[in-house]
Design a binder for this molecule. Structure first.
Ligand SMILES: [Zn+2]
Length: 225
Protein backbone atom coordinates (compact mmCIF):
# COMPACT_ATOMS: atom_id res chain seq x y z
CA UNK A 1 0.00 0.00 0.00
CA UNK A 2 1.32 3.42 -0.96
CA UNK A 3 0.26 6.66 0.64
CA UNK A 4 0.70 9.65 -1.61
CA UNK A 5 2.07 12.63 0.28
CA UNK A 6 0.61 15.98 -0.67
CA UNK A 7 1.95 19.41 0.07
CA UNK A 8 -0.70 21.55 1.74
CA UNK A 9 -0.58 25.23 2.58
CA UNK A 10 -2.28 25.26 5.98
CA UNK A 11 -4.18 28.33 7.14
CA UNK A 12 -2.92 27.67 10.68
CA UNK A 13 -0.61 25.01 12.05
CA UNK A 14 -1.53 24.99 15.75
CA UNK A 15 -2.95 21.47 15.53
CA UNK A 16 -4.07 19.69 18.69
CA UNK A 17 -2.40 16.32 19.33
CA UNK A 18 -4.14 13.12 18.28
CA UNK A 19 -3.78 9.62 19.70
CA UNK A 20 -6.02 7.53 17.41
CA UNK A 21 -8.37 4.85 18.77
CA UNK A 22 -11.27 5.22 16.32
CA UNK A 23 -11.57 5.33 12.53
CA UNK A 24 -14.38 7.41 11.03
CA UNK A 25 -15.46 6.95 7.40
CA UNK A 26 -16.84 9.77 5.27
CA UNK A 27 -17.77 10.38 1.65
CA UNK A 28 -16.74 13.50 -0.27
CA UNK A 29 -20.28 14.00 -1.65
CA UNK A 30 -18.53 14.71 -4.95
CA UNK A 31 -18.19 12.12 -7.75
CA UNK A 32 -14.77 13.38 -8.79
CA UNK A 33 -12.34 15.42 -6.72
CA UNK A 34 -8.76 15.45 -5.47
CA UNK A 35 -7.23 15.80 -2.03
CA UNK A 36 -6.23 19.34 -3.00
CA UNK A 37 -9.85 20.13 -3.94
CA UNK A 38 -10.96 19.06 -0.47
CA UNK A 39 -8.14 21.06 1.11
CA UNK A 40 -9.30 24.14 -0.84
CA UNK A 41 -12.98 23.59 0.10
CA UNK A 42 -12.06 23.30 3.76
CA UNK A 43 -9.89 26.44 3.61
CA UNK A 44 -12.87 28.25 2.06
CA UNK A 45 -14.87 27.28 5.14
CA UNK A 46 -12.30 29.01 7.28
CA UNK A 47 -10.77 25.76 8.54
CA UNK A 48 -7.06 24.99 8.94
CA UNK A 49 -7.12 22.99 5.71
CA UNK A 50 -8.11 19.43 4.76
CA UNK A 51 -9.94 18.08 7.80
CA UNK A 52 -9.43 14.37 7.04
CA UNK A 53 -6.34 12.26 7.62
CA UNK A 54 -6.77 10.24 4.44
CA UNK A 55 -8.53 10.54 1.12
CA UNK A 56 -9.23 7.40 -0.92
CA UNK A 57 -9.96 7.86 -4.59
CA UNK A 58 -12.15 5.57 -6.69
CA UNK A 59 -9.09 4.15 -8.45
CA UNK A 60 -7.74 2.98 -5.09
CA UNK A 61 -5.04 5.62 -4.66
CA UNK A 62 -4.65 6.85 -1.09
CA UNK A 63 -3.62 10.42 -0.21
CA UNK A 64 -2.53 11.75 3.12
CA UNK A 65 -4.46 14.68 4.54
CA UNK A 66 -3.54 15.75 8.07
CA UNK A 67 -0.84 13.88 9.93
CA UNK A 68 -2.21 11.12 12.18
CA UNK A 69 -0.71 12.83 15.23
CA UNK A 70 -2.65 16.01 14.44
CA UNK A 71 -6.31 16.18 15.46
CA UNK A 72 -8.72 16.16 12.52
CA UNK A 73 -11.66 18.47 11.89
CA UNK A 74 -14.01 16.01 10.21
CA UNK A 75 -16.47 15.89 13.13
CA UNK A 76 -17.75 18.59 15.47
CA UNK A 77 -15.37 19.91 18.12
CA UNK A 78 -14.43 17.33 20.75
CA UNK A 79 -15.89 14.49 18.67
CA UNK A 80 -12.62 14.72 16.71
CA UNK A 81 -10.50 13.73 19.72
CA UNK A 82 -8.42 10.61 18.98
CA UNK A 83 -10.14 9.80 15.70
CA UNK A 84 -8.74 9.28 12.22
CA UNK A 85 -11.00 10.58 9.45
CA UNK A 86 -10.98 8.80 6.11
CA UNK A 87 -12.84 10.37 3.21
CA UNK A 88 -13.94 8.45 0.13
CA UNK A 89 -14.17 10.15 -3.23
CA UNK A 90 -17.73 9.77 -4.50
CA UNK A 91 -21.33 10.66 -3.82
CA UNK A 92 -22.93 7.53 -2.41
CA UNK A 93 -26.24 8.99 -1.34
CA UNK A 94 -29.24 10.49 -3.15
CA UNK A 95 -27.98 13.90 -4.22
CA UNK A 96 -29.63 14.89 -7.50
CA UNK A 97 -27.65 14.03 -10.59
CA UNK A 98 -24.51 13.47 -8.52
CA UNK A 99 -25.95 10.25 -7.04
CA UNK A 100 -23.75 7.18 -7.46
CA UNK A 101 -25.22 3.82 -6.52
CA UNK A 102 -22.08 1.73 -6.88
CA UNK A 103 -18.83 1.97 -4.95
CA UNK A 104 -15.87 0.73 -7.04
CA UNK A 105 -14.34 -2.48 -5.66
CA UNK A 106 -10.86 -0.97 -6.09
CA UNK A 107 -11.86 1.79 -3.66
CA UNK A 108 -13.26 -0.64 -1.06
CA UNK A 109 -10.11 -2.76 -1.35
CA UNK A 110 -7.91 0.30 -0.78
CA UNK A 111 -10.03 1.30 2.22
CA UNK A 112 -9.51 -2.19 3.71
CA UNK A 113 -5.76 -1.95 3.16
CA UNK A 114 -5.64 1.46 4.78
CA UNK A 115 -7.68 0.24 7.78
CA UNK A 116 -5.42 -2.85 8.07
CA UNK A 117 -2.39 -0.58 8.12
CA UNK A 118 -3.86 1.78 10.72
CA UNK A 119 -5.04 -1.14 12.90
CA UNK A 120 -1.55 -2.65 12.80
CA UNK A 121 -0.10 0.56 14.26
CA UNK A 122 -2.76 1.63 16.79
CA UNK A 123 -5.19 -0.08 19.13
CA UNK A 124 -8.32 0.85 17.19
CA UNK A 125 -11.46 0.08 19.20
CA UNK A 126 -14.11 1.15 16.67
CA UNK A 127 -14.71 1.89 13.02
CA UNK A 128 -17.61 4.30 12.72
CA UNK A 129 -19.70 6.00 10.11
CA UNK A 130 -19.68 9.79 10.24
CA UNK A 131 -23.44 9.79 10.79
CA UNK A 132 -23.08 7.75 14.00
CA UNK A 133 -21.96 10.96 15.70
CA UNK A 134 -24.54 13.22 17.39
CA UNK A 135 -23.52 16.24 15.30
CA UNK A 136 -24.31 14.31 12.09
CA UNK A 137 -27.75 13.10 13.14
CA UNK A 138 -29.97 12.74 10.07
CA UNK A 139 -27.03 12.97 7.65
CA UNK A 140 -26.15 10.08 5.36
CA UNK A 141 -22.37 9.73 5.44
CA UNK A 142 -20.59 7.69 4.01
CA UNK A 143 -23.88 7.24 2.14
CA UNK A 144 -26.52 4.55 1.87
CA UNK A 145 -24.99 3.14 -1.32
CA UNK A 146 -21.74 2.37 0.47
CA UNK A 147 -22.01 -1.32 1.51
CA UNK A 148 -21.44 -0.63 5.21
CA UNK A 149 -22.53 -3.96 6.70
CA UNK A 150 -20.53 -5.89 4.10
CA UNK A 151 -17.49 -3.73 4.82
CA UNK A 152 -17.72 -4.37 8.57
CA UNK A 153 -18.38 -8.08 8.03
CA UNK A 154 -15.26 -8.29 5.87
CA UNK A 155 -13.37 -6.69 8.77
CA UNK A 156 -14.75 -9.30 11.16
CA UNK A 157 -17.10 -6.87 12.87
CA UNK A 158 -20.62 -8.12 13.46
CA UNK A 159 -23.37 -5.56 13.24
CA UNK A 160 -25.94 -5.93 16.00
CA UNK A 161 -29.25 -4.40 15.03
CA UNK A 162 -31.08 -2.21 17.55
CA UNK A 163 -33.84 -4.84 17.73
CA UNK A 164 -31.31 -7.39 18.98
CA UNK A 165 -29.82 -4.94 21.43
CA UNK A 166 -33.29 -4.55 22.98
CA UNK A 167 -33.65 -8.32 23.24
CA UNK A 168 -30.28 -8.49 24.93
CA UNK A 169 -31.39 -6.00 27.58
CA UNK A 170 -34.55 -8.06 28.05
CA UNK A 171 -32.44 -11.15 28.58
CA UNK A 172 -30.15 -9.43 31.06
CA UNK A 173 -33.22 -8.32 33.04
CA UNK A 174 -34.69 -11.82 33.09
CA UNK A 175 -31.34 -13.25 34.02
CA UNK A 176 -30.95 -10.75 36.86
CA UNK A 177 -34.46 -11.46 38.09
CA UNK A 178 -33.92 -15.22 38.02
CA UNK A 179 -30.60 -15.05 39.84
CA UNK A 180 -31.67 -12.57 42.52
CA UNK A 181 -29.62 -9.59 41.32
CA UNK A 182 -30.74 -5.97 41.05
CA UNK A 183 -32.82 -5.82 37.88
CA UNK A 184 -31.44 -2.88 35.90
CA UNK A 185 -30.85 -4.47 32.47
CA UNK A 186 -27.18 -3.51 32.58
CA UNK A 187 -24.55 -6.24 32.48
CA UNK A 188 -22.06 -4.83 34.97
CA UNK A 189 -19.54 -6.50 37.24
CA UNK A 190 -22.09 -8.40 39.36
CA UNK A 191 -24.14 -9.65 36.42
CA UNK A 192 -21.04 -10.76 34.55
CA UNK A 193 -19.69 -12.53 37.63
CA UNK A 194 -23.02 -14.30 38.05
CA UNK A 195 -23.00 -15.31 34.40
CA UNK A 196 -19.50 -16.76 34.80
CA UNK A 197 -20.76 -18.68 37.82
CA UNK A 198 -23.74 -20.02 35.86
CA UNK A 199 -21.69 -20.99 32.82
CA UNK A 200 -19.27 -22.82 35.11
CA UNK A 201 -22.19 -24.57 36.76
CA UNK A 202 -23.55 -25.71 33.42
CA UNK A 203 -20.32 -27.43 32.61
CA UNK A 204 -20.93 -29.57 35.69
CA UNK A 205 -23.77 -32.12 36.02
CA UNK A 206 -27.17 -30.38 36.29
CA UNK A 207 -28.21 -29.52 39.81
CA UNK A 208 -31.59 -28.50 41.22
CA UNK A 209 -30.64 -24.85 41.52
CA UNK A 210 -30.09 -24.66 37.77
CA UNK A 211 -33.87 -24.56 37.35
CA UNK A 212 -34.02 -20.79 37.71
CA UNK A 213 -31.40 -20.37 35.02
CA UNK A 214 -33.24 -22.73 32.71
CA UNK A 215 -36.38 -20.71 33.30
CA UNK A 216 -34.54 -17.46 32.50
CA UNK A 217 -33.18 -18.98 29.33
CA UNK A 218 -36.61 -20.27 28.28
CA UNK A 219 -38.19 -16.89 29.04
CA UNK A 220 -35.51 -15.32 26.87
CA UNK A 221 -36.18 -17.74 24.01
CA UNK A 222 -39.90 -17.03 24.31
CA UNK A 223 -39.21 -13.28 24.28
CA UNK A 224 -37.40 -13.40 20.94
CA UNK A 225 -40.00 -15.60 19.20
ZN1 LIG B 1 -18.86 12.82 6.60
Amino acid sequence: MTIIEEKYNWARTNFSPNNPDTIVIHQALAPSCTAQDIHRWHLERGWMGIAYHYFVRKDGTIYRGRQEYHRGGHLLGDENINTLGICLEGCYTDYGNLTEKTVPETQIKALHELCDDICSRYKIVAIKRHDEYPSAKGKDCPGKYFPWERFLRERGIIVVSDAWKEKAVEFVRKFQQATGLTVDGMAGTQTNAKLDEVIKKWKEPPKDNAQDIKKAWNDFLNAIK
